[in-house]
Design a protein around this ligand. Structure first.
Ligand code: GLU
Length: 396
């Protein structure tokens, strides 16, 4: 069954796309990396990249590759064994991506993340650093290649599956679309391998409990995530404004296949970008400092812009980069809350300064935003409506 609801649209309209590749697509347990398949995928990626789209790759395969290189037995691995396998496999994996991407004139940048780095709540500084580094990689025109840092992640800080990791990366970076390439071509009403009457679902407007119940628990030998983690990924990203596609990667040129309307499931995004994230910024944070902004900055924030140093007239309190602060207007009423990109000493130093003065004041090339719009929740949210109509990229 083909999705007739304009299958070309999501990939063509998306500006920032996260593509997640499952281990079983990329790694053959006996021969290693499936290079010729990878080359066809990377040709598709090059096609999108050279059209000006920003592509992020979340690639599994470290454990599977390490397992092959080390010739480990077929039984399930213990945690320390799979972490050692990941250490060996990640080098191979990076090499494979580097070779394939550079053949298409793209530069990869490797990022290994733990759960803490993407959750924000657990470690705001790591979250901001991870996000800023990936943003910088994208602004350099490179293709970030991301995996979980399997070698050191303990169970408390471990995703264990790259479906949810990819969804977190997508929401952290405000991506328009997440594509999960897998060994199954989308969502069925029941596992299609065991149930011949299973119907394919091409378009999912909202992930309801009924949709969740369809996920079952299917998985394959090499990949941890079955449909359950894919639906969880869908919940994470659609809620935050990123649409999701589940498609088969078991064919050459898997992205072109989606564009040509081959069967896949499309999960529609909720309209409000970063709404959930803003809710916890607004609700949960004890602020460690206060910033007073001038009227021009207050108006700009209400229009959905980031807070720049130029609009700041006063700084109080003691805070580090990544801490929550309160943003106040000149009459001292609370405008909102946000996670600040500089510590209190630097903030005081650059208050009122124009962007081109930051380098000489700080002694290094600072980031333009004091509080990024995605890290800010205003108390009166009525003027924030342009959040739904304006792409966050416009304000970066
Ligand atoms: N991070 C794991 C690896 O690279 C993959 C996890 C998964 O299969 O989702 O081997």
């Amino acid at each position: 069954m083909t999705d007739h609801r304009n299958p070309i649209a999501p990939l063509s309209s998306a500006k920032r796309i996260v593509i997640k590749i499952g281990s079983s697509l990329l790694v053959d347990p006996s021969s290693g990396i499936k290079e010729s398949w990878l080359d066809t995928l990377v040709e598709d990626i090059a096609n999108l990249h050279h059209k000006g789209k920003q592509i992020l790759i979340v690639s599994s395969g470290a454990i599977a590759l390490g397992r092959k290189v080390l010739d480990l037995p077929k039984r399930p691995l213990k945690l320390d064994e799979s972490q050692a396998a990941a250490a060996v496999g990640q080098i191979e994996l990076g090499r494979a991506w580097s070779k394939a991407l550079s053949m298409q004139d793209m530069i990869p940048g490797q990022i290994l993340l733990t759960l803490n780095d993407t959750e924000g709540r657990a470690s705001r500084r790591s979250y901001l650093n991870a996000r800023d580094t990936i943003e910088r990689l994208l602004s350099f025109g490179t293709v970030p290649v991301i995996n979980e840092n399997d070698t050191i992640a303990t169970s408390e800080i471990r995703y264990g599956d790259n479906d949810r990791l990819a969804a977190r990366v997508a929401t952290m970076l405000g991506a328009d679309l997440l594509v999960l390439l897998s060994d199954i071509d989308g969502l069925y009403t029941a596992p299609p391998g065991t149930n011949k009457a299973a119907d394919f679902i091409p378009h999912i407007e909202t992930i309801t409990p009924a949709i969740e119940a369809m996920a079952g628990s299917a998985g394959s030998e090499l990949s941890r995530g079955g449909m359950v983690t894919k639906i969880e990924a869908g919940k994470i990203c659609t809620r935050a404004g990123t649409a999701m596609i589940i498609a088969s990667g078991k064919r050459n040129h898997p992205i072109t296949a989606i564009r040509n309307g081959e069967q896949h499931s499309f999960f529609k995004a909720k309209q409000i970008k970063a709404g959930a994230r803003k809710a916890w910024i607004a609700g949960q944070l004890d602020t460690s400092g206060s910033i007073v902004v001038d009227d021009g900055a207050a108006r700009a924030l209400k229009r959905g812009k980031s807070l720049l140093p130029a609009g700041v007239v006063n700084v109080s309190g003691s805070f580090a980069r990544g801490d929550a602060i309160t943003i106040r207007t000149s009459d001292n009423s609370i405008l909102g809350h946000g996670l600040i990109g500089y510590d209190c000493v630097e903030t005081d130093l650059i208050k009122g300064a124009q962007s081109d003065e930051l380098q000489s004041l700080l002694g290094y090339a600072g980031r333009p935003a004091l509080v990024h719009r995605d890290d800010m929740a205003l108390v009166d949210n009525s003027p924030e409506v342009n959040e739904t109509t304006e792409s966050p990229q416009n304000a970066r």
